[in-house]
Design a binder for this molecule. Structure first.
Ligand SMILES: [Zn+2]
Length: 157
């Protein structure tokens, strides 16, 4: 008789941050399809991205080599804020310049001029669009992550 592993849990996805030179960081990511929303794949991906970005501001899927328009914003709400196919609908007029870092560019910081507030549309896990009035640190993080999803990185102008 063969001994089978009794493990019932699917092993968590093993993801790593890609190198700063990885071309996936320069490509526009693909929309998350609605049929993926309630999949265990997406749940595992979100769990893994949440783990990797723990203690930091946020992460976009292409930063770990996944070509999907998915990002997580940390430290703004008590739970990680999951952005699915996020769109910045409008930017507030007032801007602020601050130093920003990035998980794929550990030793790099750039002064980035960003809108202090914006309106964000993002899907929830039921595929419904929700609109948020985002300001302060959260607005900065959202702009950084949405840039990633468009293939833009902090060293770009
Ligand atoms: Zn980044």
């Amino acid at each position: 008789m063969t001994q089978q592993s009794k493990k019932s849990k699917i092993p968590k996805m093993k993801l790593e941050l890609v190198k700063s030179t990885d071309p996936i960081l320069r490509r526009r990511t693909a929309d998350v399809h609605l049929d993926l929303l309630r999949s265990s794949y997406l749940a595992d991906l979100i769990a893994s991205m949440t783990e990797i970005s723990r203690g930091f501001e946020g992460i976009a899927a292409n930063q770990v080599g996944i070509n999907l328009r998915l990002a997580i914003v940390q430290r703004v709400t008590s739970d990680p804020w999951i952005l699915i196919n996020p769109v910045i609908v409008s930017f507030g007029e007032s801007q602020k310049t601050e130093l920003e870092g990035c998980l794929n560019f550990r030793w790099t910081q750039r002064r980035k001029r960003r809108s202090k507030n914006l309106i964000l549309a993002t899907l929830d896990l039921d595929g419904q669009p929700n609109y948020y009035d985002v300001s302060g640190m959260a607005a900065r993080i959202v702009q950084h992550e949405v840039d990633h999803l468009k293939g833009k990185i902090i060293t770009d102008r």
